[in-house]
Design a protein around this ligand. Structure first.
Ligand SMILES: Nc1ncnc2c1ncn2[C@@H]1O[C@H](COP(=O)(O)OP(=O)(O)OP(=O)(O)O)[C@@H](O)[C@H]1O
Length: 230
């Protein structure tokens, strides 16, 4: 199986008296085609891990490899160019552009690829089809339900076929039923081959995922994949 993500002894410390070790030596391997929940209580280090896996921040020490690229030492310029092919982000608050149609919101996921507008819109259309929103292309975010907004955000995340889809509390802003539909969509996309990491404080949500990694006090507390393998 191909390794898509590897964290090797990742430490992230914030200066202070005393310093805070938000990540205190995290090692984790995720293979292509996995659907993994990273679960932990408030203050456990989830956001810090999200920023580091998402290449938005760098570890104090340790190595992060995504899709075969060592991103922890990559220059900012190369990272900016590569990020959308490495990571597709899905956030709790959707983060759509209010003045843009669903189609153009998704097409923004291809802005740094060099594709022209026609190509970007065509790929955006295909991505919206994959999330079941081919009938909502010209709607603005304000004309969509919460679940539909999150589907647009998921289409934007996957439009450039990133190595990993990284979802931060993706159901946190949705009612229970809609949240279950969004998790169902992640399962479908995963069955089609997408590698997906869901970061959440919600143990129940994580229990519905094939692999769960628990984090506490900046350390991996347990990994269901390791339990199965042991
Ligand atoms: N910029 C920062 N400077 C100093 N300490 C920080 C900084 N960011 C996070 N921390 C500390 O690092 C630890 C982990 O924080 P982090 O935000 O990663 O946890 P979390 O699991 O995402 O929490 P929550 O679910 O409440 O957002 C906490 O003790 C936090 O106070």
């Amino acid at each position: 199986m191909t390794e898509v993500l590897e964290l090797a002894d990742v430490v992230k410390s914030y200066p202070g008296h005393p310093p805070v070790h938000a990540l205190a030596g995290v090692s984790l391997t995720v293979h292509e085609g996995e659907l993994v929940g990273i679960v932990g209580p408030s203050g456990s280090g989830k956001s810090t891990l999200l920023h580091i896996i998402g290449t938005l921040d760098r570890p104090s020490s340790g190595v992060v490899t995504i899709g075969g690229h060592v991103v922890s030492t990559m220059s900012d310029r190369r990272l900016s160019a590569a990020r959308s092919s490495l990571i597709g982000f899905v956030f709790q608050q959707f983060h759509l552009i209010p003045s843009m149609t669903a189609l153009d919101n998704v097409a923004t996921g291809l802005l740094y690829t060099g594709a022209n507008l026609t190509e970007r819109r065509f790929k955006a259309f295909e991505a919206l089809q994959r999330v079941g929103l081919a009938h909502r292309l010209t709607h603005l975010p304000s004309e969509l339900s919460g679940g539909e907004r999150q589907r647009v955000a998921i289409a934007r995340a996957l439009v450039n076929k990133p190595a990993i889809i990284l979802a931060d509390e993706p159901t946190g802003n949705l009612d229970t039923h809609t949240g279950e539909q969004i998790m169902g969509l992640f399962h479908d996309l995963n069955a089609q081959g997408a590698t997906i990491l869901v970061i959440t404080h919600d143990r129940e949500l994580a229990e519905g995922l094939p692999r769960q990694v628990h984090i506490r006090d900046g350390r991996l507390e347990s990994d269901s994949a390791a339990t199965v393998a042991a």
